[in-house]
Design a protein around this ligand. Sequence first.
Ligand code: A3D
Length: 320
Amino acid sequence: MARKKIALIGSGQIGGTLALLAAQKELGDVVLFDVQEGIGPGKALDIAQSAPAQGLAASLKGTSEYKDIKDADVVIVTAGVPRKPGMSRDDLLEINLKVMEQVGAGIAKYAKNALVICITNPLDAMVWALQKFSGLPANKVIGMAGVLDSSRFIHFIAEELGVSTEDVTAFVLGGHGDTMVPLTRYSTVAGIPLTDVVKMGWMSKEKLDSIVQRTRDGGAEIVGLLKTGSAFYAPAASAIAMAESYLKDKKRVMPAAAYLDGQYGVKGTYVGVPVVIGAGGAEKVIEISLNSAEQKAFDKSVGAVEGLIEACKKIAPKLA
Ligand code: A3D
């Protein structure tokens, strides 16, 4: 059986970590693309030289030419610029939209059968634009945000309760931004909803509320600490989990930015929802019932994403 091919568009902090994780998990051959010549080949060589010490059968290549991504099975996009302290994700819109146009053209030409996972911020608007620019079917273009946001939520809950992260599940809906909606009623510790964890007196309501807020601010907290860029280990691990579910047809139910065509009463927008990820890409959007407070928070989040999409259409009229 031929080895799978994983193309990484953008070989910066997240791109390099994606390459290392893909090699360590032996998901397939890795191509590191970047407009900055040298960065892809440099990281490819460094990781390839780590393979003997790790006992890995890794094959990596760095490039600045789109033809090298030809027939990739998975394309993970981090090309663009990350946040610096004081910047919101939305501040990146104009510059990263231009990057999505170039990346979309490269994918359309060389990798039109791939599953495309976008990570570039502002996430929901960029994945929407990338799907338009590439012309790939909407079920084959998804955005990574919810797995990361859930992972952050799980980490904070497990740390607070002193339990294993393996026994905590978390559910985060909505756009990747300040309006994301961590759903406590659908998040559990060993199957016990967090709302019951509070009722049982295991955690106070105030503590849970502060963890919800810390999850929303999770990206900014790391930007504030690093000062020179944004998070990269957890975002890369999250996207690799999505790629793995696709490549191995695991059909995991994962929160992802998916194209909504009427689900949740939303049409024509990408937003974070639970999705079955398998060999067919985003195979099914799971529609859960929301209470009125959750629906209100979700609507607000969708409104924020729609505002960014309108801004994209103004900058690039061909997207309208
Ligand atoms: P960084 O280390 O700067 O890497 C980005 C790379 O993209 C650089 O090596 C650039 O040279 C390259 N690049 C720029 N323009 C192009 C282009 N036109 N074609 C190909 N490559 C290009 O950033 P990073 O890896 O830390 O972050 C990448 C993106 O992910 C940023 O937009 C972040 O905001 C975003 N991000 C998203 C999340 C989510 O959860 C959605 C989390 C963390 C970061």
